[in-house]
Write a protein of this length. Structure first.
Length: 345
C-alpha cells in the first residue's frame, strides 16, 4: 500500500511539473510571438545597385539589400535577379557583407568586395547556386569600389590600408585575372571609383586631379595628370577630353554646366559608352551625348537613383525606393519601365 501511494504521489507531482512546464512554454512562445511581431514592424530594407552589376550574358542583375532590424541587428545581403524569369536567388556566403560587386564582361562570373576580402562567384550549373572562391590578396586592407576593364583581364579596386603608418590610406589595387592575384600599388586614390579609359589604361581620382594610369606592360605607370575642379565629390570619367564631375549641385563637363540637381547625390548620374544619364530631380530626367548635347528628357514624377549599366549603351537600371526601373532610349525618346517591386521577392 505504501509503495502504491508513493508511486501515486510521484505521478501526480510529475503531472503538475509537466503542466507547469507547458504553461511556461506557452508563455515563452506568446512572448516570442509578440517580440517578433514588434520587431517585424521595425524591419526596413534599403536596396542598392552597382555600376557593373548587370550581366548581359545571363540577363541577371545583382542587388544589395541593407536589412535593418533595429540596433544592433543589421545585415547586408546580395541577391541575383533574373528579369526575364522574375526570380531572385540569394548569394551565399558574403560575410562580412558586400560593399561593391561587378560582373566580369562577357563571362558568367562576378567579383564581390566585402571587408578585407575579395571573392569571385560563379554558377557552374543552372540548378545549383553560386559558388564563391577567395582571391589571394594582402591582409590589413579593406576593399571597396571595383571595376573590370572590357576584356575582364584586369580589375581595379579601391584599397583602404589599415596600416596607420601609411602616408596615404587609400591606394589603387589591380587584380590580374591571368595570374589570379591582386597587387596593391603605391598609386594614391581617394574615396571614389577608378574609371577605365580602355583595356590598358584607367583614370584614378586624386582630390583635385585625375591621374591616367597605364598597365599595358603589366606594371602600372602614371602617364598624365588631368586637373579637375576642387571640392568635386564625384567623378564619372573623361568624355571628349573633358572630365565629367559633380560640383556642388551642378553636373559639369569640363567648364560647361549640363544641368543642376535638386540635391548632391552620388546616384544622380550614370554613364554608358555613348550617353550621360542624369536624374536631376523628380521632375527632370535627362540624357546627354558625350559632347554634352542634350538628347531627350522626361519627368519621372519620383526620385530615381541610378545604379547599373544595362546590356547596351541605351539602357541603365535605377531604383525608386524598392521599385526596380529600367531606363532606356528608344525612338529618340526617354522611357521608364517598372521592372518589379524588389520588396515582394
Amino acid at each position: 500500500m505504501m509503495n502504491g501511494a508513493i508511486r501515486s504521489e510521484v505521478w501526480k507531482y510529475r503531472c503538475r511539473m509537466v503542466k507547469g512546464l507547458c504553461r511556461l512554454l506557452c508563455i515563452f512562445i506568446s512572448a516570442l510571438a509578440v517580440m517578433c511581431s514588434s520587431c517585424s514592424k521595425k524591419i526596413s530594407h534599403t536596396y542598392r545597385l552597382s555600376r557593373g552589376g548587370y550581366s548581359p550574358n545571363s540577363g541577371t542583375l545583382l542587388v544589395k539589400v541593407h536589412v535593418d532590424l533595429g540596433e544592433p541587428l543589421k545585415e547586408i545581403v546580395l541577391f541575383a535577379y533574373r528579369e526575364e524569369e522574375g526570380s531572385a536567388e540569394y548569394i551565399f556566403p558574403t560575410f562580412p557583407g558586400p560593399f561593391d560587386f561587378a560582373w566580369a564582361p562577357k563571362q558568367d562570373l562576378f567579383l564581390v568586395t566585402h571587408g578585407g576580402r575579395l571573392s569571385l562567384f560563379q554558377k557552374s550549373e543552372p540548378q545549383r547556386g553560386y559558388t564563391g572562391t577567395a582571391i589571394r590578396c594582402p591582409i590589413d586592407v579593406m576593399y571597396t569600389y571595383c571595376a573590370w576593364n572590357a576584356d575582364a583581364d584586369w580589375l581595379a579596386v579601391n584599397c583602404y590600408a589599415l596600416d596607420k603608418a601609411s602616408d596615404s590610406r587609400r591606394f589603387l589595387g589591380l587584380y590580374s585575372a591571368v595570374q589570379e592575384k591582386l597587387m596593391v600599388t603605391s598609386i594614391p586614390i581617394d574615396n571614389r571609383r577608378a574609371v577605365w579609359k580602355d583595356n590598358t589604361s584607367l583614370y584614378v581620382p586624386q582630390n583635385d586631379s585625375v591621374v591616367e594610369v597605364r598597365i599595358d606592360s603589366g606594371k602600372p605607370e602614371q602617364v598624365k595628370r588631368i586637373p579637375i575642379e576642387k571640392d568635386a565629390p564625384f567623378f564619372y570619367g573623361i568624355f571628349n577630353w573633358q572630365p565629367l564631375i559633380q560640383k556642388n549641385r551642378k553636373i559639369k563637363l569640363g567648364i560647361r554646366s549640363l544641368v543642376e540637381l535638386d540635391e548632391v547625390s552620388k546616384t544622380a548620374v550614370i554613364t554608358t559608352a555613348e550617353y550621360i544619364f542624369v536624374a536631376a530631380s523628380a521632375k527632370t530626367l535627362v540624357v546627354f551625348d558625350t559632347n554634352g548635347r542634350e538628347l531627350c528628357r522626361t519627368s519621372p514624377g519620383r526620385v530615381v537613383r541610378f545604379g547599373s549599366v544595362g546590356g547596351d549603351p541605351n539602357t541603365v537600371y535605377g531604383l525608386t525606393g524598392s521599385t526596380l526601373l529600367r531606363v532606356f532610349i528608344e525612338n529618340k525618346s526617354l522611357n521608364i519601365k517598372e521592372v518589379c517591386d524588389l520588396g515582394r521577392l
